[in-house]
Design a protein around this ligand. Structure first.
Ligand code: PSV
Ligand code: MN
Ligand code: MN
Length: 386
């Protein structure tokens, strides 16, 4: 295979998972701007996700969020996905929207609240059994706002105990993906604030527990690709929640704020063998002011572009320059790949996959946006949190 053919082959096998909540209305704490045609239930979210897959060819799975996507029959929901060429992806738990969780969920000082939270996580594993989902994605809003508010060390013990119980419940082909976040909603101490804490818990739990890197969950200036390289090296990188940030947990389109950072991350993924392994490439985004489906299509394309550039890095030349201590030469090899216009290559990839070479244009021409505005009238539109 020529190098170009190998790059194309790798791009054809990449899969980007889209989040059900990105199809619903979302906003800030100031205002949610409702858009017309937004899905009214999980099935309609899948209908929209099917369009993203149809026009990109690389978005075959959809992450659910429980209870936002609660249905009576999860096997039927999985069939609804299959009928549209999709599969259900990670099940995201929600232990942050109940009054009981004011002081935390699995780290709460009250045993009864911890029990409620763990029961929810176990329920999520039951849903995975029904949907065939492989990954349980855990993000905890747990933390404290004031020094002394709770015993930060005891909270780690409670967290470990909860995770261990859920870990035991996992099937052989199921994983637990633990996501960290520096701050918010807790402002003094978050119970899983960084990759080190997540890694320590996952290491103790065993091979089915891995870390999720949400690209928007770090302090400004954090070298995320270093974290990625380290976790891959330790075989503990479970996946990504991709999005962009300018300031905090902005959840903007991945690759929009800093495409160079996304390239550097994807280079470490390629370098570490993460492209062909079990790393889940998920989006975790909210589209507050822009049209949702095209924003998700654009995001998938941004991941593809960064991946293509990462695959184009001349690793032999890079290695040689590094061994020779050629600082500028090594940097130039990396920058050459980043500066390559990969859009023609991706157009070819799409044509070979039987997908329109211009996903954004194809979606706009498809009439889907007009159709959903006309048809999805009445009922309650789904939103972040419903
Ligand atoms: C909250 O920060 C958050 O954005 C996390 O990143 C989760 O992955 C997501 O919500 C869904 O629960
Ligand atoms: Mn996330
Ligand atoms: Mn987040």
């Amino acid at each position: 295979m020529t190098e170009r053919a190998a790059v194309k082959a790798a791009l054809k096998t990449q899969a980007v998972e889209t989040p059900s909540w990105a199809y619903g209305n979302s906003g800030t704490r100031f205002k949610v701007f409702a858009q017309q045609g937004v899905p009214r239930d999980p099935r309609e979210k899948l209908d929209d996700a099917a369009k993203v897959h149809e026009f990109t060819g690389v978005a075959p799975t959809v992450a659910l969020h429980i209870p936002w996507d609660k249905v009576d029959d999860y096997a039927a929901l999985a069939r609804h996905a299959e009928d549209r060429g999709l599969r259900l992806g990670a099940i995201n738990s929600n232990t942050f929207q109940d009054d009981a969780y004011r002081l935390g969920s699995v780290c709460h000082p009250d045993e009864a609240v911890r029990r409620k939270a763990v029961d929810h996580l176990l329920e999520c594993v039951g849903i995975m059994d029904a949907t065939g989902s492989k990954d349980l994605k855990l993000w905890f809003a747990d933390g404290t706002n004031y020094p002394g508010q709770d015993d930060i060390r005891a909270r780690q013990d409670r967290l470990a105990e909860a995770l261990a119980e859920v870990y035991e419940r996992l099937g052989d082909d199921q994983r637990m993906l633990l996501e960290y976040k520096l701050f918010e909603p807790a402002f003094y101490a978050t119970d899983v604030p960084d990759w080190g804490t997540a890694y320590a818990h996952c290491l103790k739990l065993g091979p089915k527990a891995q870390v999720v890197v949400d690209t928007g969950h770090h302090a400004p200036g954090t070298n995320i690709e270093f974290i990625v390289a380290t976790l891959l090296r330790e075989e503990k990188l479970g996946g990504f929640d991709f999005n962009s940030r300018f300031y905090a947990d902005d959840d903007l389109m991945v690759g929009a704020a800093d495409p160079f950072q996304l390239f550097r991350i994807m280079y470490e993924v390629v370098r570490g063998g993460g492209l062909s392994g079990d790393v889940a490439f998920m989006l975790d985004q909210c589209h507050n002011v822009e049209a949702k489906i095209p924003a998700i299509i654009r995001s998938v394309m941004n991941v593809q572009e960064a991946t293509a550039k990462a695959l184009l890095v001349d690793r032999d030349a890079l290695g040689a320059a590094q061994r020779e201590g050629d600082v500028l030469g090594a940097n130039a090899v990396l920058m050459d790949a980043f500066s390559t216009d990969v859009r023609p290559l991706l157009r070819e990839v799409r044509e070979e996959m039987g997908v329109d070479p211009d996903p954004m244009g194809a979606y706009a021409r498809s009439g889907w946006a007009e159709k959903i505005v006309a048809e999805r009238v009445g009922g309650e539109q789904a939103g972040w949190g419903a």
